[in-house]
Design a protein. Structure first.
Length: 392
């Protein structure tokens, strides 16, 4: 009987550890700062001043003034080193009812000033402010590599580098809301576009699989993310891309990030042709190359991907795929079918793959004729609709 009891206890402990990870820290929140309070009238006026007639059409969404806060929290780098990171929290000031928490993951940024905790009005923090004014508590992580952690290279499009720091941020947000006595109804919603879409789905997966007991995650909205890294790289080595300079910088950035984080540490000349290899070695992704991406890549590297001989790289891409797993929550994928930056098939792959794994509610909202830029408004309004459906 004693042996049977011990066996049951061991099984219980094992299963519990699988579902409920031991938290890295007793406290995640390091500090918080109140940045600014904006009245309802001030915010409504700012929409018109900033966005003109388009801003005026959004003023009907504004229900409240908002207070802006920056928090610092502890997390770990991809390499496992302790680091202080940061993020923004925006709270409605004129609503007494319990509110849901919406975490917005920002898209690709190349300027430190665009990190949410700086509350730059030309950054995605403006969308966070609008969402908060409509009646949500809004949290926006800066990500590793920005804000308090700007000395660390941003883990661009790296699943673990984005998701774990985001989860740790949300654990710190929970502490902040409790300390402030904020009237949070305990529900969590996730959304993001572009890199933010990828970061959102990665964070969602990590929460559902390892932190489900810490968050009441209700729904997720992901826009135009590169969820299928494997299919994307195969398309890029076999077919022509748009050749847009900005797009190429992102694609180069992904390769340089994985080269570092997976310990390959190979020279740029292993991946890129000259004269671009020397330029990338010197300036990283900050180069102007107006060519189809396959023309930038070295033939030997392309062949290694095509012929499955670059096994470490193929494994790295596969490690960052987000298209084959089971989600339990309503998930909407938004994507324009004319997107020349992040191919539309990324969202198709995620919808098909996640549904095949038994996800009960993964839908793809195809934006006909939508480009990467023009689809953002449809994504935001659709996200607002989804959030209002699942906020309570």
């Amino acid at each position: 009987m004693k042996l049977y009891f011990k066996w049951i206890l061991l099984v219980f402990v094992f299963v519990s550890c699988e579902k409920d990870p031991i938290l890295e820290f007793d406290k995640y929140l390091i500090s918080s700062n109140s940045v600014k309070v904006i009245t309802k009238t001030e915010f409504t006026n700012s929409l018109t001043a900033q966005f003109g007639a388009q801003g005026s059409t959004l003023t009907f969404l504004v229900r409240s003034g908002i207070s802006l806060h920056k928090i610092s929290y502890q997390t770990k780098t991809v390499e496992g080193d302790l680091i202080t990171a940061s993020g923004a929290i925006i709270i409605p000031t004129d609503i007494s009812e319990p509110l849901a928490l919406a975490s917005l993951q920002h898209g690709t940024i190349t300027n430190e000033s665009q990190a949410p905790s700086y509350f730059n009005t030309s950054s995605e923090s403006s969308l966070g402010m609008l969402l908060a004014s409509s009646g949500f508590i809004v949290a926006m992580p800066d990500y590793l590599g920005y804000g308090d952690s700007k000395s660390y290279p941003h883990p661009y499009e790296h699943k673990k580098g984005l998701s774990q720091a985001n989860v740790d941020f949300l654990l710190a947000v929970k502490e902040f809301l409790k300390n402030e006595g904020t009237n949070w109804n305990q529900n969590l919603l996730l959304a993001g576009y572009s890199e933010g879409g990828y970061a959102t789905l990665a964070t969602q997966k990590l929460i559902e699989e390892e932190y489900s007991s810490f968050f009441n995650l209700k729904a997720s909205s992901c826009g135009a993310g590169a969820y299928d890294k494997t299919q994307t790289v195969n398309a890029f080595v076999n077919f022509k891309t748009s050749g847009e300079v900005v797009n190429n910088r992102s694609y180069i950035w992904v390769l340089l990030t994985y080269n570092r984080l997976y310990g390959f540490n190979r020279p740029a000349s292993d991946y890129f042709v000259e004269p671009y290899a020397s330029q990338i070695e010197k300036n990283a992704q900050n180069v102007d190359i107006p060519l189809s991406f396959d023309e930038i890549l070295k033939t030997s590297f392309k062949d290694g991907i095509k012929n499955n001989t670059e096994l470490d790289w193929i494994s790295a891409f596969n490690d960052n795929d987000l298209v084959s797993w089971k989600s339990k929550i309503p998930t909407r994928l938004y994507h324009g079918d004319a997107d020349t930056y992040v191919p539309f098939f990324n969202s198709q792959s995620a919808q098909v793959g996640m549904t095949a794994k038994g996800s009960p509610s993964v839908t793809l909202e195809k934006i006909t004729g939508g480009t990467h830029g023009s689809s953002i408004s449809t994504f935001f309004l659709g996200t607002l609709d989804l959030f209002n459906t699942y906020k309570n």
